[in-house]
Write a protein that binds this ligand. Sequence first.
Ligand SMILES: Cc1cc2nc3c(=O)[nH]c(=O)nc-3n(C[C@H](O)[C@H](O)[C@H](O)COP(=O)(O)O)c2cc1C
Length: 209
Amino acid sequence: MSTEVKSEVLKVLEDRHSVKQYQAGHKMPKADLEQLLTSTSQAPSSWNLQHWKLLVIEDQAQKEKLHPIAYGQKQIVESSVVIAILGDLEANKNTELVFGPAVEAGHMSKELYDTLAAQIEGAYQYPQVARDEAIRNASLAAMQLMIAAKALGYDTCPMGGYDAAKFVEAFNVPARYVPVMLISVGLAATPARSAGRFSLDQITVSNTF
Ligand SMILES: Cc1cc2nc3c(=O)[nH]c(=O)nc-3n(C[C@H](O)[C@H](O)[C@H](O)COP(=O)(O)O)c2cc1C
């Protein structure tokens, strides 16, 4: 990676802040939305099972429905699109979809496939593992989405402030998926204030506790 590209990536990371005021009424062009979702889908995941489902809420009436569920946070109705990041509690069901084509193409042996599939099924016997994996991997997609949005000229706000049970009911979310967070995406009306961070001394431990 060239130094120039590297510094651009670091600038995007530095410039991302949670924006709560958007240019209301802006509609995101389809090409931008597709790029955003494609970049999001490139996030890494355990066994590449891609434990996420992205509920893309662009319709203003649907955003109005979500508004009270998200405790009246105005970024829900003023941003261009709200993306609900859902974690897949049954990502083990993706094994065949993910690895089947590699076996068929001869890139993966049937033995290796069977070993992987047994490993995955073993792990997914435990509901806590399934839930941890869903939230962990979908959270990586969420972060990737926010960075990609910034690189495309948009701002975002991740939101955990909503009633998950009401959200599931109102948007008919199947039991297979656990809501992880909502992310508003749009054009900033007012730049966000930069939130402080702990110093490296405060957040790091060298080698061992
Ligand atoms: C999981 C999660 C949930 C959050 N929930 C909300 C929320 O409901 N409403 C809100 O305005 N900001 C929310 N935030 C934004 C945080 O307040 C913000 O990320 C933090 O203050 C750091 O600021 P920055 O994102 O601008 O760097 C949330 C952030 C995360 C990661």
